[in-house]
Design a protein around this ligand. Structure first.
Ligand code: F6R
Length: 612
């Protein structure tokens, strides 16, 4: 949700900012802009993608060794040049970039207008900047002090960077609820929403905490303070990310690369955490809290979007294997409905980015009510990881495609291990069944490789169905969340309306939609429900619907019924989502591509949803 990047040092800032913005573009791509200090304060900004900004800037001077850059996901104000960041204060002395939302901006704006301030944009950000300027002038204090005072007056979430025309040797940044990383190079500093724009220049970083601000000086001095004005010592950490992991590596799109990375991601996710031969599983995060989790009255899983779908899979797995009751909640609903949660509950929060505002707030509510919070995140050091009492990282590597693919597989892998570890420690699984599942789990990466081999077949299917207006996705048991996830993938990147349902629910309503124009994707890889799924397929065929079925290799029954069949390798039914999701990801990818959609940056979406 908006990407921000800033630089101060001996180099020209513009190329660093542009490269950084391209890496952060997954966070929003409604407009992009930079501000450069070079004696004057030059602002260059444009509606559209970072490449549109580059075209706009071509031929113009881009001098300046201090600068800030922004790629926007619109919240307050439509996407247009005027609302693009950076924004300039009324005096023209200050410029700001901002990721987040200032909730009380309307009241602040009215007050500032009464004091003679005018606004060029519809944004909350411009209000914050003029508030800083007003405080600075009225109280005759330094800009950093004015930033601190202003941030104590605002309600909301922010990561900001401010530069000042009359102080070209200083950058000021602050955060609350939106991420901010500071890169510490040799005689230079970088600031960004995540480490991807920084990694090329330095591995030394400081993650700013909520309600902290930092002043970075050109002479190499770094000062961190809380908004309460308490000095903090910078805690410098080493980045573990590799540059090649955030590049496309020969693929046309990040999404395709990330789909193909899944076998390796699942291996990485399991590495050191299980051994089938010895029959052990060890998720580091659990051990310390194993008793509390096993004695939990219930487990509440909270998440959004794709992560919520992996939560639904975990509900099946934990109840089946560990026999602990599980509830799965949309974080956005959980946080607003006064939920009954107490110290006997364990809340598992799942998030790829670790920054999703709704999930973070749900955690806060559960924490306030004394529940134990177990975070499952991909991004190391993210806000949700830090807000949790315990947890496990999914180690999927950076996921840049906005549609989540490999993060989902990694989440399901971790949640499977979690369910097995709980089952083992509470004695609800026999050692032989445990070993059997662990052996199957070890074989999953090669089965996912098998599922990826369906790609050519899927291209053919995509050609036939790319112009459909609607799709239904149906599955039973563990394949119901897979159906939901398949439908979400299709709608978010191809803009085709798609719905996922439990296959048995079709007869209670959705069957009315079926005619010769309705493709229905059946996820039919669970043997235990095979006959029932076959009946559902027949019901669709009887109404002239088109059936695309994901089946196990050698399933001649469904092959005889369906219009299209995609065969995937068989595995233990409990692990089947890890295999059956792959063709659905590929199907949505190819359909979206054939419809001319930008698969990595679908319209209106952003990777990290840091607003409510
Ligand atoms: C779907 C997608 C979103 C995210 C959701 C939660 O492809 O990417 O639905 O899954 O916004 O994001 P995280 O997992 O970062 O909390």
């Amino acid at each position: 949700m908006c990407g921000i990047v800033a630089y101060i040092g001996p180099k020209n800032a513009y190329p660093i900012l542009i490269k950084g913005l391209k890496r952060l573009e997954y966070r929003g791509y409604d407009s992009a802009g930079v501000a450069l200090l070079n004696g004057s304060l030059q602002i260059l900004k444009k509606e559209g993608k970072v490449s549109d900004l580059e075209n706009f800037v071509a031929g113009k001077s881009t001098e300046g060794t201090v600068g800030i850059g922004h790629t926007r996901w619109a919240t307050h104000g439509e996407p247009c040049d005027r609302n693009a960041h950076p924004h300039l204060s009324n005096s023209g002395n200050l410029a700001i970039i901002h990721n987040g939302i200032i909730e009380n901006y309307a009241a602040l704006k009215t007050e500032l207008e009464l004091r003679g301030y005018t606004f060029e944009s519809d944004t909350d950000t411009e209000v914050l900047l003029n508030l800083i300027e007003d405080i600075q002038k009225e109280e005759k204090i330094s800009t950093e002090e004015a930033v601190r005072v202003a941030l104590n007056e605002v309600v909301g979430a922010y990561a900001i960077v401010v530069i000042e025309k009359s102080k070209p040797d200083t950058l000021i940044a602050a955060r609350k609820g939106s991420p901010l990383v500071i890169g510490i190079g040799k005689g230079e500093f970088f600031v960004a929403s995540d480490a991807s724009p920084i990694i090329e220049y330095t591995k030394n970083v400081v993650y700013l905490n909520d309600e902290e601000f930092v002043v970075l000086h050109r002479d190499g001095n770094i000062e961190i303070k809380t908004l309460g004005n308490i000095q903090k010592t910078p805690y410098i950490q080493k980045l573990e990310m590799d540059l090649e992991k955030i590049e496309k590596g020969g693929y046309d799109y990040f999404m395709l690369k990330e789909i193909y990375e899944q076998p390796q991601v699942i291996r990485d996710c399991m590495r050191g955490r299980m051994n089938a031969e010895k029959g052990w599983i060890k998720l580091g995060g659990i051990s310390e809290f194993a008793n509390r989790i096993n004695n939990a009255k219930r487990i509440i899983i909270t998440a959004c979007g794709t992560s919520w779908h992996s939560g639904l899979i975990a509900e099946y797995l934990i109840e089946e294997l560990a026999r602990i009751p599980v509830e799965v909640e949309y974080a956005s609903e959980f946080r607003y409905r006064n939920p009954i949660v107490n110290e006997k509950d364990v809340v598992i929060a799942i998030s790829q980015s670790g920054e999703t505002a709704d999930t973070l707030s749900a955690i806060q509510i559960a924490k306030d009510r004394q529940a134990l919070i177990y975070g499952i995140c991909n991004v190391i050091g993210s806000s949700i990881a830090r807000a949790s009492h315990a947890g496990s990282y999914t180690h999927a590597g950076p996921e840049i495609g906005v549609a989540s693919t490999k993060a989902f597989s990694a989440q399901v892998t971790i949640l499977t291990l979690l369910a097995l570890q709980l089952a083992q420690s509470n004695g609800s699984i026999s050692q032989s069944r445990l070993r059997q599942i662990l052996y199957e789990l070890e074989a999953i990466p090669s089965k996912v490789e098998g599922a990826l081999k369906t790609n050519d077949k899927i291209v053919e299917i995509a050609k036939k169905y790319k112009d459909a207006k609607n799709f239904l996705y149906l599955g039973r048991g563990l394949n119901f969340p897979v159906a939901l996830e398949g439908a979400l993938k299709l709608k978010e990147i191809s803009y085709i309306h798609a719905e996922g349902y439990p296959a048995a629910e079709m007869k209670h309503g959705p069957i009315a939609l079926i005619d010769e124009n309705m493709p229905v994707v059946f996820i039919a890889t669970n043997q235990s429900a095979h006959e029932k799924i076959v009946s559902n397929i027949q019901e669709v065929k009887a109404r002239k619907g088109k059936v695309i079925a994901i089946v196990l290799e050698g399933d001649t029954v469904i092959r005889g019924l369906a219009d299209e069949v995609i065969e995937v390798p068989e595995t233990d039914e409990l692990l089947s989502p890890l295999v059956s999701i792959v063709p659905l990801q590929l199907l949505s990818y190819h359909i979206a591509l054939m419809r001319g959609c930008n698969v990595d940056q679908p319209r209106n979406l952003a990777k990290s949803v840091t607003v409510e």
